[in-house]
Ligand binder design. Sequence first.
Ligand SMILES: C[S@@+](CC[C@H](N)C(=O)[O-])C[C@H]1O[C@@H](n2cnc3c(N)ncnc32)[C@H](O)[C@@H]1O
Length: 262
Amino acid sequence: MEFWECQKRCGVESDLKIARDLPDDTPDFILAMLSDFENEAAKFCFSGAKGRVLDAGCGNGNLTLRALKSDSAKDRATEFIGMDFSRNMLDRAACRAADSPRAAFLQGSVTNLPFQDRSFDHVVSSGVLTCLPDSEAAALALQEFYRVLKPGGVLVVDFFNCVSHYTLIRKHLFRESIKPPEYVSPSEFRKCLENAGFQVQTYHGFDFKPCQGYLFMSRWRSVVDPYFFQEKLSSHLERRIIPRLPKTNLLGYRIYVKCIKK
Ligand SMILES: C[S@@+](CC[C@H](N)C(=O)[O-])C[C@H]1O[C@@H](n2cnc3c(N)ncnc32)[C@H](O)[C@@H]1O
């Protein structure tokens, strides 16, 4: 909670630097890459969304703001509710969505949703299960998503893949701690979803590059930037290769899953 409450920068413009608290001198290609990722993630998360839509752990509204503007959701979704446990993040989201009458924001926790049973048609929770303290909290959140969805409703959630090449390098070469609920394997995550009563429909994997780039970019800014090349490689794989071979989505570092409440 403290971490999210002290994200200080705020503004009305939907500028990625503000939304993500990036340094002012972040290179343009990094901004373009992040913007592509968020557009593509929002497209997957909200495609086919209709009726009442919940963005659980909406942060500063990155994905909801994109959905409000997208053709796939804007005509069929009647109401977007953004919920987050951080008042600071919610204020930023509400500020950015001030001119969208169909969006509302309220405070609450994914482990104890402040909504009635079967009150949503579509629930999205991006980058949130991975922030929870343990696997029990993540399981509780999945139960809560199940409770508030109508039968046949859609849930989209994501996880970091503990068996992606990049995670394995970090674990075995750099001895980093790779633990649930932040990192799980695709089969473990599928099991958690099925235990909560969901039926998995599709996956969308992101980030196929050899190692994470933008977090470390400042080290390389003055020389030829190896991250530029790996971003290009990763986006080529994401756009040209992965869509032709659906199973390769499961090799991504970050994976979104779309499932249905049975
Ligand atoms: C990585 S951000 C993701 C924001 C947004 N969903 C996105 O994809 O851009 C994680 C968000 O989850 C929120 N969060 C973490 N734990 C939560 C909880 N138990 N209940 C509600 N929100 C939570 C944080 O406040 C933060 O805004």
